[in-house]
Design a protein around this ligand. Structure first.
Ligand SMILES: *Cc1c(COP(=O)(O)O)cnc(C)c1O
Length: 382
């Protein structure tokens, strides 16, 4: 049987929680389980205020609405990320200015980003690739200096830290994903984190379709009305109940994933040290949260050959993002700058299977297949 790239894992408590949500007689949004999830994030990570959403994409859309993005506002973000980082801003008429990645990591190159700031720039949107922190002291100082809103795409970054402080607690806002492919999952799902309190009141309204229903539920107003723009961002209690089961197992999930990550790392380190592959570099300020494991090859030809080799040997390995600046949708709007590091990552990055039930024995087998590939070639694989 082929080793899958990803396999969702269930704690066993999900169905029990869903049954219990149903027994409360309230399965639409913002019920008991939604509140439990909010408290979990606020208490464990110190996020000021959180809102469960139907996806991370929707959390980003909410953030764009709350920032009151207008046509022509510029948003700087990496090109090496998922389309969801950009499309909610496109919907609001923003101009996206793509920055390059670092030469030794997929995260945004903040020096390149700073050069792209103009009088129209409103937002710096960073994405912590693989849960490895962007240099947040630097990001914060750029945002203060140029008066920009800092947004963190923390889709990969649950339970990861920068200098001991959780990712998602630095930006004015941050957005998590609970898609099936993420460490903690509810199938589809997301979370908007608000750290700057000036956005909180309006967020409640935007979250509830532009109504003041949250204030009404608390008894702050005696009827609920249409007061602003908004959409249907609040997931049902069925999703929240499922998610809460996963959250209560987060320690076990993270411990297991990190152990798999380390097994890969130490198995493959010799290949990296002898110059066959590039391996993940963790800056001193960052932690690893076991979200993904990748290696880097010399060039695209070698990456594609290694992908074929692994897939022919029953290992489902994959590449990752196709650069957004040269995508069919956006290439006509991009200003023509060459994003050399982004292009190189698109050609040379290869991700290996990583999921809760992956055993260390299988990790060892996968690593042996990678070693075979380079040893059979008798050279550095060029
Ligand atoms: C998964 C992902 C998203 C989107 O998450 P959804 O919950 O599927 O909307 C956004 N950004 C990044 C970097 C992602 O990996």
């Amino acid at each position: 049987m082929k080793i899958p790239f990803n396999k969702p894992w269930f704690t066993g408590k999900e169905i029990q929680n869903i049954t219990s949500a149903a027994s409360f007689g309230h399965i639409s949004g913002n019920g008991i389980y939604t509140k439990k999830c909010h408290s979990f994030f606020e208490e464990n990570y110190g996020f000021r205020k959180t809102f469960l959403t139907t996806s991370c994409t929707d959390a980003i859309e909410m953030a764009a609405l709350l920032m009151e993005i207008k046509k022509g506002d510029e948003v700087i973000m990496p090109s090496y990320t998922f389309v969801s980082t950009t499309s909610p801003f496109i919907l609001q008429g923003a101009k996206i200015v793509f920055a390059d990645s670092l030469s030794d990591h997929p995260n945004i190159d903040l020096d390149d980003a700073e050069k792209l700031i103009t009088s129209k720039t409103k937002v710096l949107f960073v994405m912590h690739y693989g849960g490895v922190a962007v240099d947040m002291d630097k990001a914060l100082s750029i945002c203060r200096k140029h008066n920009l809103i800092l947004l963190e795409d923390t889709a990969h970054s649950i339970d990861s830290y920068y200098k001991g402080k959780p990712l998602g607690s630095f930006g004015h806002m941050a957005t998590f994903s609970f898609h099936e492919t993420k460490n903690i999952s509810s199938g589809e799902g997301g979370l908007l984190v608000i750290n700057d309190k000036k956005y909180i009141n309006r967020a409640e309204i935007v979250w509830e379709k532009g109504t003041n229903r949250s204030a009404f539920s608390r008894g702050d107003v005696d009827k609920y009305e249409w007061v602003d723009v908004g959409s249907s961002y609040s997931p049902s209690e069925i999703i929240a109940a499922f998610l809460y089961a996963q959250l209560t197992h987060i320690e076990d999930i993270q411990k297991t994933r990190k152990a798999i990550w380390e097994r890969y790392y130490y198995n493959l380190l010799p290949l990296a040290k002898s110059g066959y592959i590039g391996i993940i570099k963790l800056p001193e300020f960052a932690t690893n949260n076991g979200h993904l494991f990748y290696i880097l090859t010399k060039n695209k030809k070698q990456r594609d050959e290694l992908l074929n080799h692994l897939n022919n040997n029953m290992v489902h390995a994959v590449f990752h993002y196709l650069p957004l600046h040269s995508s069919p949708y956006y290439s006509k709007y991009h200003d023509g700058r060459i994003l050399q590091n982004t292009d190189k990552l698109a050609d040379t990055l290869l991700r290996l299977p990583l999921f809760y039930e992956l055993t260390h024995e299988i990790v060892d087998i996968i690593c042996e297949k990678i070693e075979d590939f380079f040893m059979d070639k008798g050279d550095k694989g060029g």
